[in-house]
Design a protein around this ligand. Structure first.
Ligand SMILES: Cc1cc2nc3c(=O)[nH]c(=O)nc-3n(C[C@H](O)[C@H](O)[C@H](O)COP(=O)(O)OP(=O)(O)OC[C@H]3O[C@@H](n4cnc5c(N)ncnc54)[C@H](O)[C@@H]3O)c2cc1C
Length: 492
């Protein structure tokens, strides 16, 4: 073996004299997609080996808030008093996660969602508490199990698609958001326990570098680095790639999703795009490489009570929608320029409201008695902000927002004193594009045919989100299509 470790090109099996490890199914990455693949492959009777780059299981998934996007009438939705159908779920996902969604994937995902809930809860033991969190926010501050996480109950979707909350979050007591005590841990712990109980083996500090193919072009193993030494791993049936996004690969982000440059968030440094590149070297097709999840770094309890304006002092989004939609609209459509215009009373109410993200309760930069003064201090052209506030207040007196459709309960005229929070450059996120895969998680060649022996799931693939996003879509499609990858590999 003489190739450089940076070389992503496949190695011929004929050149490998000795296999250091061997299994029916070899899974790269022990995050949500890898763990789900491992459990299903082992359940199907395969001998499974997981190769994980870090010193333990979990990946970004174990640090996550833990939302899993599920619906169609799950027991948790029903227990919390919400009706939902697979049809409504499909309609929402196709409208909100595009443009250009993979319709067969969304159909399979929605039709299989209740079954997937049962698999998570009943077969793997992921705990969900039957209580709904209805306050604005990124996630519940306590251990409530259900929340709206995509803007289903807000404009423009609520008027035409019956809304239902679909963000299912595993129960975690004494939760610490964005750490190892978030809901994501309580997804990963049961999944990896289940994998261990099924006899899945794991090798840690094992960084998969490239694929090994036989003379027919079939993937039959991987080459990895373990403690600085190159090792070979044979896969008798198939290889599953589940190594996460390319959010931390500077060159790839620059090439495919440049708006996210230098602002990775909700991802981990191990998300370096390697699985995408090693599959590209085999002719794999890609999809939606420009799509990104975008977090907005302000507490929704604050911005829902005011108006968000762009660098020209104009409103651009209904402030009561999913905060990730606010992030995308800010970064992608408004040059990352945002200001929150809010009066003192609303600001104080927002500061006092319960939240999982108190660190995002930010302070005003400018405070004035009148909109005209505020506009001048912010350096906006005369009349720009005044006309925005005048139009908003004119309709707010009737509790309406005909411009952007914010719900009446959040529409209130903006009074005085009035403040502006400077929310420019307050976004970050992760990439959503990746390998194009079939509904059975086969990695597709640019010709459209599956690459024999190669399967993938999670954020190294293009999943259910093609542009838009809903919280829970990553742990959701990672676990759902991870299971399919494991099953497909086991029977390959
Ligand atoms: C703070 C935070 C909050 C989040 N909240 C949510 C949420 O509520 N809902 C949601 O859906 N998503 C959320 N996300 C995003 C979500 O966690 C990820 O998108 C998801 O975990 C991706 O799944 P994955 O299996 O592809 O990657 P991961 O779960 O990250 O697993 C990938 C694994 O592969 C390993 N790996 C990488 N390269 C290699 C290699 N070459 N060889 C071997 N192993 C390798 C990594 O170390 C990692 O363990 C959040 C993320 C963070 C960090």
């Amino acid at each position: 073996m003489t190739s450089k470790s940076s070389d992503v090109r496949p190695r011929p099996a004929a050149g490998i004299e000795h296999w250091d490890y061997e299994a029916d199914v070899v899974v790269a990455g022990f995050g949500v997609a890898g763990a789900s693949a491992a459990v299903e492959a082992a359940t199907a009777g395969a001998d499974v080996l997981v190769l994980e780059r870090t010193g333990g299981w979990g990946g970004a998934a174990a640090m996550a808030g833990g939302f899993i996007y599920l619906g169609g009438g799950t027991p948790l939705q029903k227990a919390c008093g919400f009706d939902d159908t697979a049809l409504n779920m499909k309609a929402f996902m196709k409208a909100a996660l595009g443009p250009g969604v993979d319709e067969p994937k969304i159909d399979a995902y929605c039709e299989g969602s209740v079954d997937h809930y049962h698999w998570l809860a009943d077969e793997c033991g992921v705990p969900f508490k039957a209580s709904f969190w209805g306050e604005p926010g990124w996630e519940p501050p306590g251990d409530d199990g259900l929340q709206y996480t995509g803007g289903e109950n807000a404009a423009p979707f609520a008027a035409t698609i019956p809304p239902a909350p679909r963000g299912h979050v595993p129960q975690m007591q004494d939760k610490h958001v964005s750490s190892e005590k978030g809901g994501g841990y309580m997804l990963m712990k049961p999944l990896t326990d289940k994998a261990a109980a099924l006899g899945v083996r794991a090798e840690y500090d094992m960084r998969v570098q490239t694929l090994v193919t036989d003379e027919d072009g079939r993937v039959v193993g991987v080459v990895a680095k373990q403690y600085g030494k190159e090792v070979t791993v044979r896969a008798r049936r198939g290889v599953v790639l589940a190594t996460g996004s390319f959010a931390y690969n500077q060159a790839m982000v620059e090439a495919y999703a440049p708006r996210l440059l230098n602002r990775p968030a909700a991802s981990i440094e191990e998300h370096d795009g390697r699985a995408i590149q090693m599959s590209q070297a085999l002719g794999a097709d890609l999809a939606h490489m420009d799509a990104t999840e975008v977090a907005f770094f302000c507490d929704p309890q604050l911005f829902i009570r005011g108006i968000l304006v762009n660098g020209r002092g104009q409103r651009y989004i209904n402030e009561d929608t999913y905060p990730g939609r606010v992030g995308q609209a800010t970064l992608i459509e408004n040059q990352n320029q945002a200001f929150l215009i809010i009066d003192e009373e609303a600001y104080e109410a927002g500061m006092a409201a319960p939240s999982s993200s108190p660190q995002l309760k930010r302070k005003p930069r400018w405070v004035c008695e009148t909109v005209a003064e505020l506009e001048a201090e912010m350096g906006l052209p005369e009349g720009a902000l005044q006309s925005t506030v005048e139009v908003y207040n004119r309709h707010a007196q009737q509790g309406a927002d005909p411009l952007l459709g914010k719900k009446a309960e959040w529409v209130k005229p903006i009074g005085s004193p009035i403040a502006a929070l400077d929310l420019r450059n307050s976004t970050g996120g992760f990439t959503l594009g990746g390998l194009r895969t079939s509904v059975d998680s086969e990695v597709l060649h640019v010709s459209g045919d599956p690459i024999p022996g190669l399967f993938a799931a999670g954020r190294c693939t293009a999943g259910v989100s093609a542009g838009g996003y809903a919280s829970g879509a990553s742990l959701g499609d990672g676990s759902f299509f991870g299971r399919r990858a494991g099953r497909s590999a086991a029977k390959a």
